[in-house]
Design a protein around this ligand. Structure first.
Ligand code: NDP
Length: 297
């Protein structure tokens, strides 16, 4: 067997294409969707991620701001910046690039982002809405995995989905989204007793760890769908995932490559959330203005 390789770039492009008209409509109404990125320190990977998100914003005709702060930034300085972005009506989405330098409390900063501007979906309100099955911004990478499954025609209902990794930005929300789609979900982590045995029971295997080659062919059930979320840089400077692609593709029925799998979806869905945030904030503003005008009459 040789797996179908899922083209994440194509799925991401379709999402971006679907935003073009909406962005134009908003601009015609005087609203230019704007994403403000906050980059603290000089981590090269973070700089690259922020730059590529900025390029996509530009391509789509959206406004982007980048606030670059030194690694020595204090928690209070970061709080103050978030407060000013929350109050800035021309900013619709706020993205704090993670990880933050040691000494800064990322969870507290995420909690400070106004829920209506939380386009990364990491704030307690967004994550709470996810747990409660209420509408809200979904974290982009797990949402991207669900878009990939949907686009590939994989219905998680009744399937055993194994998620390797339990971070707040990928593993945990992904497990909840798979559960929402009626999968039976197992979440693995660094203390899981026999990772290969659990992985072998997966119909859908999603890996988000950050260890190249962690998942090998002997850990994959024949005919499984394998979604590789990991992004690692090899000694040669190339990107690679957590799954041994060459061997696993011979066992799986479908597999995502790295690069070109989940990564492009993450950015496309960040744009989607920002455009949605711009629409919601502007309509709320118009409604408030109308109500105010009404009061005066
Ligand atoms: P974290 O470091 O926050 O979490 C890693 C998780 O992997 C933890 O839950 C950890 O377990 C678990 N883990 C570590 N070692 C093992 C092991 N040997 N066996 C099983 N589980 C293990 O990483 P993130 O969730 O932030 O990111 C994971 C990967 O996904 C990274 O490569 C990252 O670059 C990539 N990523 C990709 C994105 C994309 O757009 N494609 C977006 C975001 C991340 P424990 O909790 O016990 O420590």
């Amino acid at each position: 067997m040789s797996a179908t390789i899922i083209d994440g770039k194509k799925i991401a492009q379709d999402i971006k294409d679907s935003l073009v008209d909406r962005i134009q409509d908003l601009k015609s109404a005087g609203v230019e969707p704007c994403l403000a990125a906050v980059l603290v320190g000089d981590d090269p990977a973070s700089q690259k991620y922020v730059a590529s998100k900025g390029r996509v914003c530009e391509k789509l005709g959206m406004r982007r701001l980048v606030h670059r702060l030194p690694a020595a930034t204090t928690q209070q300085e970061l709080r103050d910046l978030i407060d000013s972005l929350n109050a800035d009506r021309s900013v619709h989405g706020i993205l704090v690039q993670l990880p933050l330098p040691r000494g800064l409390d990322a969870k507290e900063i995420m909690s400070r982002i106004s829920p209506e501007k939380d386009v990364d979906g990491f704030s307690p309100v967004s994550l709470g809405n996810l747990v409660l099955d209420r509408p809200g911004f979904l974290p982009c990478t797990p949402h991207g995995v669900m878009k990939i499954l949907e686009s590939a025609g994989v219905d998680p209902s009744g399937k055993h989905a194994v998620v390797v990794g339990r971070s707040i930005i990928v593993g945990k929300p992904l497990a909840l989204l798979l559960l929402r789609k009626n999968a039976t979900v197992t979440v693995c982590h660094s203390k899981t007793a026999d990772l290969p045995a659990v992985c072998r029971t997966a119909d859908i295997l999603c890996v988000a760890v950050g260890k190249p080659g962690l998942v090998t062919a002997d850990m994959v059930k024949e005919g499984a769908v394998v979604i590789d979320i990991g992004i690692n840089v090899t000694a040669q400077g190339e990107l690679t995932g957590d799954v041994d692609f060459a061997s696993v593709r011979r066992k799986a029925v479908m597999i995502t490559p790295v690069p070109g799998g989940v990564g492009p979806l993450t950015i496309a869905l960040l744009m989607h959330n920002t455009v949605q945030a711009a629409g919601q904030q502007s309509s709320r503003r118009f409604m408030t203005a109308d109500a105010y005008a009404g009061d005066g009459n």
